[in-house]
Design a protein around this ligand. Structure first.
Ligand SMILES: [Zn+2]
Length: 90
């Protein structure tokens, strides 16, 4: 007999890790896609040079010092919206 998949993350030790949640958790793939789309749109809007267009943990937390303040605000907001949409709180 098989049990139904659990509605919560089942990735053991990584569960609850912000990096796992933001970048790897299969349960939040849709929210992640939306977050990345918002950030990429922000890069286009702010004319950020290609070599600065990273989407790493610093960037999504609005702490990438290589980005202009507009872009840091956009990334922080994109991440916030993504977290809200999954009802996760940091
Ligand atoms: Zn997970």
């Amino acid at each position: 007999m098989k049990l139904a998949p659990s509605p919560v993350c089942k990735f053991g030790e990584e569960r609850g890790s912000i990096i796992h949640f933001l970048f790897h958790c299969p349960l939040h793939a849709t929210a992640r896609e939306e977050m990345i789309n918002r950030i990429e749109l922000g890069y286009v809007k702010t004319n950020t040079p290609g070599f600065c267009r990273q989407i790493d943990v610093k960037t999504v937390l609005g702490a990438n010092g290589h980005l202009c303040s507009d872009m840091r605000n956009i990334t922080a907001m994109a991440t916030h919206q993504s977290l809200v949409s999954t009802k996760h709180k940091i």
